[in-house]
Design a protein around this ligand. Sequence first.
Ligand code: HEM
Length: 443
Amino acid sequence: MLAALFDDIKYLLRARNNVVAMWPKSYYRKEFITVRYPTRQMFIVNSPAGVQHVMVSNDKNYRKSPVNSQTLKPLLGNGLFVSNGELWARQRKVASPSTHGSRLPDYAATIIACGEEMIAELRAAPEGQVVDVTEPFTLVTAEIISQLMFGYPLKERGQVMYEAFKEYSASHGRVHIFEFLGLPTWLPRPGGWRGRRAVKRFDSVLLDFLKAGRTRDPQASPTLLEMLIQYRDPQGQPMAPNLIRDEMASIFLAGHETTALTLGWAFYSLSQHPEAEKRVHEEIDRVVGDRPIRFEDVPQLTYSRAVVDETLRLYPPVHIFSREAIEDDEICGNRVPAGSYITIASWLLHRHEKYWEEPKAFRPERFLPPEVQKVQQFAYIPFGTGSRVCMGKHLGLLEATLLFAMVAQSFRLRVPEGAVIEPLGRMTLRPTPGMSLRIERRR
Ligand code: HEM
């Protein structure tokens, strides 16, 4: 008994370093796995039926768990990504119109303008230069989310945010063992001061925008920031400034790093699959050619979009979902006591041997007709599903497809000979030691 417990703790310590590297081979076949913690049990739900149960049909019984939230709370406070219950429901309702489909054509114009600036900067680098593309991809997606959601450009403040987030990830990027052990949240976690310094730097930008408030064109559709500022509850009270700040931090974070990582992994995958790269280039040359890309091109960029979909399958930026059971429940015939932690690992599910043919192969074709019909709804959840599904799903897909096509129109990105890039499962799925790619011009 003690030896088994010891093994589980060793496993958890390894998991902190790189969650995706330590999943045992058998987990890619299993549908329900039990891991014992000293204070409670954790269940890994690893089947479409289980995902549907936890995230859709009985989602009221599952809240975001401290395992995940504690790493994010110092930065996101009570923001949408981590909040629960009535607060979450209200905030989601207030914020949702900012990502409504009707706004996408306007948003595309901003995405394209910011993308063009990034391309111009990449063009300025000498031919064949090796660049860690995580930085330009993160800076461009941060610029886009700031302009779209707050109505303000980040410009040089983008670098401040980028560095601050890097510092935050270094101190809080790994789930703390205290969370796995179920220790109370009031116990201080080591490394907190670095995280606090990063949050201060982050806030120096967000609070500037919040103070500047509504200096924009009153005729324009309101930004998310304006919606939050204008909100009044049934008693006529405005939203607390702290909560507005938390929502700004949440949307900023949820809305840019994920898209940047997707782009990096998409070009990494293309460089490993020349056939797919050829098809992408043929499609872009046929649909867009040498002219600037337009929103109207997106429906015709079907193969490029399939590359994005397949990248999100093999490298889902949010590779793990953590929930806590509120009441006793049963998931696919397994008893789940109240208080248990539930993990849904999209990394495992997206590579599950039962639900995918050649699960490890990069084959964008699986997301094109007729094959796409074989994709099971709850076996593919890069944006989550159910009530907590990503609020920016359609925006994220539009942005990833447009930026992907723009970069592929201009450049071919190559993994330098001998370099090894691997996925590192932390708060998000990052490339390690980075996504350094050689940039060759196509036109
Ligand atoms: C490729 C890009 C993106 C990916 C892969 C992604 C993925 C996800 C996932 C998996 C979740 C659910 C987490 C959970 O259930 O625990 C989520 C939530 C969320 N995402 Fe995204 N996201 C992306 C882009 C965006 C964008 C562009 C925005 C901004 C507008 C955004 C805003 C949010 C918000 C606010 C939530 C929390 C929703 C809630 O809990 O109600 N995301 N995202």
